[in-house]
Design a binder for this molecule. Structure first.
Ligand code: ZN
Ligand code: ZN
Length: 273
């Protein structure tokens, strides 16, 4: 199973980051995609991805940070997109729900990310809150039909799911599905088999039953079980579907299984070099 959206570089994990990562891989997680959200956070994201072959990185600045400074910082990071550890551009997008940054500045920053994704031929990790029509217009305008990506932590309805899938984008589902499963049944039914991804958004959105507190990649198995029930599939089928979709979008490197630990390895080979 692949956690396609986690923020393990955030201070929430400063006390036990290595243990959190080891726990998830010990439970059977195959890989995770560590999502950058700020220029200042990039070195920590990069360090995580360089320390473990199962951790992949994205490069981007969250819409909450939008402004002239973020635009300049993004331009300064552009060269990092050439790293083989970077599998996507983002997280970027539009957030009209919390509106922490002015709309025009969010649009400018998102447009710059879409341009980078197009040029680097990388997928986008998209954050979209109450802004579906506007973000789809921006993707048409700046993506020119040549970008793909995932609407992470998908928050729309069945109609939006169909429209997004028809345009070739994926949708990521996480702990939110466990809070109100019946709200998500028709939405998940509208997502074509080839467009479903699984994510935690750790440290946010810890799945039920104890949704308060910090989320971590090990809890993705709970979310996957809830989604499997709603889809009427086995957990194995759901995992296989989501893994194949992650490899399709982010590239086959994200699904490559880590080699088995050598028998004489004192620590069981939990961490790859
Ligand atoms: Zn987000
Ligand atoms: Zn995120």
């Amino acid at each position: 199973m692949i956690d396609t959206h986690a923020h393990l570089h955030l201070p929430d994990f400063d006390g036990d980051r290595d243990r959190v990562i080891a726990r998830a891989f010990a439970l059977g997680l195959d890989a995770l995609i560590e999502i950058n959200i700020s220029a200042g956070g990039w070195p920590a994201v990069k360090r995580l991805a360089e320390a473990d072959a199962r951790i992949h990185a994205t490069l981007g600045i969250h819409p909450h940070e939008a402004g002239p400074e973020a635009l300049r910082a993004l331009a300064g990071l552009e060269g990092e997109l050439a790293s083989e550890r970077v599998v996507a551009v983002g997280e970027t997008g539009l957030d009209a729900a919390r509106g922490r940054a002015p709309r025009e500045e969010q649009v400018a920053l998102c447009a710059a990310h879409i341009g980078l994704a197009r040029e680097a031929r990388l997928p986008l990790v998209l954050h979209c809150r109450e802004a579906f029509p506007e973000l789809l217009r921006l993707l048409d305008l700046e993506g020119r039909g040549a970008v793909r990506g995932v609407f992470h932590c998908f928050s729309g309805g069945a109609g939006e799911a169909r429209e997004i899938a028809a345009r070739g984008f994926h949708m990521g589902f996480g702990g939110g599905v466990t809070y109100a499963p019946e709200r998500w049944r028709p939405v998940l039914a509208a997502v074509p088999a080839g467009r479903l991804l699984l994510e935690t958004d750790a440290p946010f959105l810890r799945p039920a039953p104890d949704r308060r507190g910090r989320n971590e990649p090990a809890f993705l198995f709970r979310t996957a079980a809830a989604i499997a029930r709603l889809l009427g599939l086995s957990e194995e089928e759901t995992e296989a579907r989501a893994d194949a979709n992650a490899a399709d979008l982010f590239g086959p490197s994200v699904i490559r299984r880590s080699p088995p630990a050598p028998a004489d390895s004192p620590d069981g080979g939990a961490a790859s070099p």
